[in-house]
Design a protein around this ligand. Structure first.
Ligand code: NAD
Length: 329
């Protein structure tokens, strides 16, 4: 059993944006081909506590070299005020031949980077009419920071970032970090609508539990990466062209698209999955008048694809702590 801590996982994934996006693309394609097994995620919640949760995402990713495993990821939003990250995770990879656990790695880096890679991949798969010179981010946490890095890697022409967060200090600190790290012009605005109107690409990664944005302030043809899943109102969903990662997964757990399905009684407002679009290729033109809303539930196969990359390179480089006597003799 190989154990990989945060520093090793981070080192192995740093600078690997293109490879991570390729791994995520591979996972979406295998999923679209029916070569995956992705049971519903299980949400562990606690009595008298609507805020915290721990989610399990078991999965099988097929292809020439199948990957099997599970991510166990906790979300405790109160951690942030205490200076800790909201999310923490562990990923276990098992042998597809014997089922035995092969590797246990710190999972928060894999999780945030696969999420960011999927958002960047969606922006490349659903291109607008113009180069991606600007993006608006709503929510200034770990996920949007990572999404900006991946967007910058996929769209090197990106130069301007418009920022909004309910916590103005967090927004200012985020703007300073992004300007320094990504060499972009980063400006903080006073409300969500101002951010929505600023660019035809928007990334929503907040911790809002109920919808608060109707998207009317967006420019025609805007692509909204709705990574946090619960920000957009039912009306906003129904007015948009909806792309998801998996209909069965995303239409649960009170996501905005789930609320929209409950409201209209069907799922016909979802136009396509990202895997279908990648399979069809080359690219899907956006509706020039309507908002396109990408709502990725976050499939366990994405974690496996990136964790498998980590395990392979860790073995090549001899990283991690090996426990040869972990399993029974
Ligand atoms: N779909 C996926 O695959 C996937 C994967 C990972 C995380 N997520 C989601 O992404 C979201 C962000 O995660 P994170 O780790 O960056 O969280 P975080 O706690 O680090 O940051 C969230 C930020 O959102 C801000 N915020 C909360 N409500 C807001 C509102 N109404 N308007 C503007 N800002 C608001 C907070 O002040 C905070 O700065 C979470 O909801 C998480 O569940 C989705």
């Amino acid at each position: 059993m190989l154990i990989l801590g945060n520093a090793d996982v981070r080192r192995l994934l740093d600078g690997q944006h293109t490879q991570i996006v390729a791994a995520v693309r591979h996972a979406y394609l295998e999923h679209a081909r029916g070569e995956t097994t992705v049971p519903e995620s299980v949400f562990l919640r606690f009595p008298h506590n609507a805020r915290d949760r721990i989610i399990t995402l078991p999965a099988y990713l097929g292809g020439d070299e199948p990957v099997v495993g599970v991510k166990w990821i906790a979300s405790f939003p109160g951690n942030v005020a205490a200076g800790r990250e909201r999310a923490s995770a562990v990923i276990v990879l098992n042998s597809p031949a014997t089922g035995q656990p092969l590797c246990m790695m710190e999972g928060s880096v894999v999780s945030s980077r696969r999420t960011a890679a999927s958002a960047a991949l969606a922006s490349a798969t659903l291109p607008g009419a113009e180069p991606v010179e600007g993006v608006s981010v709503i929510g200034c946490g770990v996920i949007n920071a990572e999404i900006l890095r991946f967007l910058r890697a996929v769209h090197p022409e990106l130069r301007r970032v418009t920022i909004f967060d309910l916590d103005a200090e967090r927004a200012q600190a985020f703007a300073r970090r992004c300007a320094a790290e990504l060499k972009v012009t980063a400006s903080v605005v006073a409300d969500a609508d101002e951010a929505l109107a600023a660019h035809p690409l928007v990334s929503l990664a907040t911790t809002a539990a109920t919808p608060h944005i109707d998207l009317h302030a967006c420019r025609p043809g805007t692509l909204v990466l709705h990574v946090s899943l619960r920000d957009v109102t039912i009306g906003g969903v129904l007015d948009a062209v909806n792309i998801v990662d998996d209909r069965d997964h995303v239409l649960r757990a009170a996501t905005s698209v789930h609320l929209a399905e409950q409201h209209v009684g069907h799922r016909g407002f979802i136009q396509a999955t990202i895997g279908d679009l990648l399979q069809k290729g080359p690219t899907h033109p956006r509706d020039a008048q309507r908002v396109t809303l990408f709502s990725p539930f976050g499939l366990g196969v994405l974690d496996l694809a990136v964790a498998d990359m980590v395990l392979r390179t860790a073995r090549e480089q001899g990283l991690g702590v090996d426990l040869p006597d972990f399993l029974p003799a």
